[in-house]
Design a protein around this ligand. Structure first.
Ligand code: SAH
Length: 481
């Protein structure tokens, strides 16, 4: 055997012919053979023959091929993806080949390799699976004998099995981690129960066997869904979050997620609170990561429930990394983030035509140090700024933004307990914002939105931020008096 294989003169490719036309010129047995071959594809066929044989005419009628009778004309090739010259007449085949080449269409001339741009292989058809055997015209009989051997090797149901596999791909990618787990699943799919059921004849049984195989694999592995619980109102939960909660074996949730949302989970699911309310971290992030890995490692379906959207100030990045490192499959389900809920409560347009076209999600906790964070520059250029976890640093946020050049009369909207019945709306300007920090009447989570777009909000249900400071001052005066 040579160390390096000899080079091919013809390189095999699979050409798309669905919704395209293939022209065969010829009226006898060669033309019929090509027509039979091509009828295994979805190409539409045009057969051009001066005097078609009765068999060829029959074939055309039965297979819905277009039959053009009369002397060959170059115009009958126009628009074709491929042309076959099978007239049996050397001069005519040469003419057809030249015409096709002039039109830029690849051509095959039966038994005349010098006139061919491509050769047709012997086919083992298990659509969408196909084995094509070519010998560059050197040994057609060899190609046929190889074809016969491969025909025997491949089950007639292989194509249906491949089609079924295509339908399962999305679910497999969702439920099984990349790499060994998926490869083993597909190996079992093509060699195990699904393949056997397909062979015995029932697509439905094969589908059921594949679903069972997938669920068994997924269950053995465990799976974590990082799910956004929304801002608090149960009916702002997504339908997908609801379904996953109903399927969960364990629900690992933050302190901000209300009891009513957790209660929507499967009744006998384990419920594991993991903090973190401000000031009392019941578990460190590393402990939470370990908990998720260990629950999934026991084969459990875990819902990691986070307030709002899991990818917004939710430390989901670290949890996903830990799951990837441990080879555990996971998915992310978005939720309504607090900024959106607060804006909805305030009827506040976050983007406003002609006023602001960008938006910043930020936290006041990156204001330490000398350099101004980038978001402050964005605020000055007119972006709407949503400040998460901003209550205890309200004075700092206001001072920094003012020092950076944001007008102190820029509008500010504050929502406590957005989306909940207990919500409170406050409005004011950047100059009023520091008062937020001193208030002891705000026990719930607070969202602050700053920017010119805030001026478009509905202020009929909100209290002025300034009145609290003023109220406190007059209360003190009364006490002193
Ligand atoms: N992943 C969450 C944010 C977590 S950080 C989300 O996408 O919403 C926690 C901060 O979110 C709180 O300090 C508060 O600023 C904000 N927040 C969460 N729920 C809120 C609510 N119902 N009303 C107002 N702010 C809320």
């Amino acid at each position: 055997m040579p160390a390096t294989p000899a080079k091919l003169n013809a390189f095999p490719v699979f050409m798309r012919v669905d919704e395209r036309m293939v022209v065969i010129v010829g009226g006898a047995a060669e033309a019929l053979a090509k027509a039979r071959l091509l009828s295994q594809s979805r190409a539409s066929l045009r057969i051009v023959a001066d005097r078609p044989s009765p068999e060829l005419a029959d074939f055309a009628a039965v297979n819905g091929a277009e039959l053009v009778t009369g002397p060959y004309a170059r115009s009958s090739l126009e628009g074709a993806a491929l042309v076959f010259a099978a007239s049996g007449d050397e001069a005519l085949d040469r003419q057809i080949s030249e015409d096709a080449r002039a039109l830029g269409i690849p051509v095959n001339a039966v038994d005349r390799p010098e006139l061919c741009d491509f050769y047709t292989p012997a086919l083992v058809n298990r659509a969408p699976v196909c084995v094509a055997i070519g010998t560059e015209g050197a040994a057609p009989v060899l190609a046929q004998s190889i074809r016969a051997r491969i025909e025997q090797m491949l089950s007639p149901s292989l194509g249906s099995l491949a089609t079924l596999a295509a339908g399962f791909r999305g679910a497999v990618e969702r439920l099984l981690p990349k790499g060994g787990e998926r490869r083993r699943f597909w190996a079992d799919f093509f060699a195990g129960a699904p393949a056997r059921e397909m062979e015995v004849g029932s697509l439905e049984d094969a589908r059921a066997a594949a679903a069972e195989l997938l669920l068994r694999r997924a269950a053995a592995n465990g799976h974590v869904a990082l799910v956004g619980a929304g801002p608090g109102a149960e009916d702002l939960l997504t339908l997908r979050a609801h379904r996953l909660l109903n399927e969960a074996d364990a629900i690992v949730h933050d302190a901000l997620v209300p009891e009513a949302v957790i209660a929507m989970g499967r009744r006998d699911a384990e419920r594991l609170p993991v903090g973190k309310r401000k000031g009392c971290h019941s578990k460190s992030q590393a402990e939470i990561n370990d908990l998720l890995v260990s629950l999934a490692g026991q084969g459990k379906r875990v819902v990691r429930l986070k307030s709002g959207d899991p990818l917004v100030f939710g430390r989901a990045g670290e949890e996903m990394q830990a799951l990837r490192d441990a080879g555990i499959s996971y998915e992310v389900v978005p939720g309504v983030t607090a900024a959106f809920a607060a804006a909805a409560d305030f009827e506040l347009p976050l983007t406003l035509r002609g006023v602001t076209s960008s938006m910043v999600f930020t936290t006041g906790h990156d204001l330490k140090g000398e350099s101004l964070p980038d978001w402050a520059r964005l605020a000055i250029s007119g972006a709407t700024v949503a400040v998460y976890m901003g209550r205890s640093v309200a004075a700092e946020v206001a001072a920094r933004l003012t020092a950076a050049g944001l007008a102190s009369d820029t509008a500010v909207a504050v929502v406590e307990n957005a989306s909940l019945g207990t919500r409170r709306l406050l409005h004011g300007t950047l100059a009023d914002l520091p008062s937020l920090q001193q208030r002891d009447d705000l026990g719930g989570p607070v969202m602050t939105i700053i920017g010119d777009a805030v001026a478009g909000a509905n202020f009929t249900r909100s209290q002025p931020l300034a009145s609290y400071a003023a109220g406190r001052a007059s209360a003190r005066q009364e006490q002193q008096a």
